[in-house]
Design a protein around this ligand. Structure first.
Ligand SMILES: [Zn+2]
Length: 422
């Protein structure tokens, strides 16, 4: 499995057609290439958790990069230990695996094989199983993630960092591919997402200074795809995929700012330092990117919505959100209600509503925002409906027509059955 974090269906199709990604193009001709739905919300931690477990957030328990400790406003940072279901490589008869750079798998833990965690990872020691591999990774100058801070200082600095991260990732994959005995190999490129956040405008604009830099990066990854397809034998299968799509970011929208403007959200002091400053009278608040929680009595310290009033508040919120427009354009494309979106034992922890942004809008739940709309340095933002899935096997019964990230584990099992692999 080769993951290209954040790469949309359309981009893969276009770059395959114009020969930037010729090896991927050949796989598209021979295999099955589909647009894939991301998770709700469309962020890496949630989407990758669904990809590796085959489950929705109500079952695997990951709803975002942040969450709240039970019955508090205290932010927590879910990691691999918070995932409530085993990833496919920890299941019975999964064979021996090399799992390189899958997001939200920190800290690494014992498995039959090798694992190096993807972002968010706090240090290389706890990202690596077995730990004996750490000195070798260090000798490669291996980095789990690009230093995105560099991108805020200088794009040239960021691009050098991005390239070094990619070269070390490729070196690590080559070494593990040949040095380990494995049944399943997973390699995820996450620099693609970073590149798209900083330089989506460069991709769309052919006259942009970094347009060819953007294409070169994808071309390098395509060369790795070519290398891998040459090493495959007839009973091997290759799955290429992304966890969400990307498009041009026109404007950030601060959801908690909107909620306080509409008097759904009240703070004890302004500006608030954290959600702990939420005051009585608050009906709803948001966590990144646009997960809305009803401030329910009995559930939160200053819960102010009685359970019997919850539906009414949800209706009010929906009405407010639907009225949010810029130059006649709706800012919110779709509102997902908890019960219609998630199922499973962790439904209680799910946000009550999740907002899907309209084209060009990027949602944030910052508490420090001084305005509803803002345009920052980033030029790309995630999209929900156009991740991609490419399977090097043309049997139509293996891949559904409209797959979603939670279907990937099932596709892998069908491929294994067909080819008599584990
Ligand atoms: Zn992602």
């Amino acid at each position: 499995m080769v993951g290209l974090d954040g790469m949309p269906f359309q981009l893969i199709r276009d770059l395959s057609a114009d020969n930037t990604m010729p090896n991927t193009g050949r796989l598209i001709e021979e295999g099955v290439f589909r647009q894939m739905a991301s998770s709700i919300p469309e962020i890496s931690s949630v989407a990758w958790s669904s990809i590796i477990t085959g489950a929705n957030p109500g079952e695997h328990g990951i709803f975002g990069f942040t969450d709240l400790a039970t019955n508090t406003y205290r932010l927590t940072f879910p990691n691999f230990n918070s995932l409530k279901m085993p990833p496919f490589w920890e299941r019975e008869n999964s064979g021996r695996s090399v799992i390189l750079n899958v997001p939200s798998t920190f800290p690494a833990r014992p498995l039959n094989g090798v694992q190096v965690s993807g972002f968010v990872a706090l240090d290389l020691e706890r990202s690596t199983y077995p730990p004996a591999l750490v000195p070798w990774l260090e000798s490669l100058d291996y980095r789990v993630d690009v230093d995105s801070q560099a991108g805020h200082q200088s794009l040239d600095l960021f691009l050098r960092n991005l390239d070094r991260t990619l070269q070390a990732r490729i070196a690590a994959y080559r070494h593990l591919w040949h040095g380990e005995d494995w049944d399943t190999f997973v390699l995820v490129f996450t620099g693609t997402d970073r590149l798209a956040h900083f330089l989506w405008d460069a991709y769309e604009d052919k006259s942009h200074k970094y347009h060819s830099t953007f294409l070169d990066y994808l071309h390098q990854i395509d060369e790795v795809i070519g290398e891998i397809t040459h090493k495959m034998n007839t009973t091997d299968s290759l799955i290429m995929l992304s966890d969400h799509g990307f498009e041009l970011l026109e404007c950030d929208v601060h959801i908690n700012f909107f909620l306080s403007q509409q008097e759904f959200l009240k703070f004890k002091k302004n500006p608030p330092q954290s959600l702990a400053d939420i005051d009585y009278g608050t009906k709803a608040f948001a966590l990144d990117p646009a997960r809305i929680y009803i401030n329910l009595e009995g559930k939160y310290p200053r819960g102010s919505v009685k359970p019997e009033d919850k539906e009414l508040v949800i209706d009010e919120l929906e009405k407010s959100f639907e009225s949010l427009k810029v130059n006649g354009r709706k800012v919110i494309e779709q509102i997902y209600r908890k019960e219609e979106t998630y199922e499973g034992p962790y439904l209680d922890q799910a946000p009550d509503l999740v907002l899907l942004p309209g084209k060009g809008f990027n949602f944030k739940a910052s508490l420090k925002a001084g305005s509803l709309f803002e345009k920052g340095i980033l030029s790309g933002k995630h999209t929900q409906k156009d991740a991609f899935l490419l399977v090097s096997d043309s049997s139509e019964d293996i891949v559904l027509n409209r797959p979603s990230v939670a279907d990937v584990v099932g596709i892998m099992s069908r491929l294994r059955e067909k080819h008599g692999n584990r």
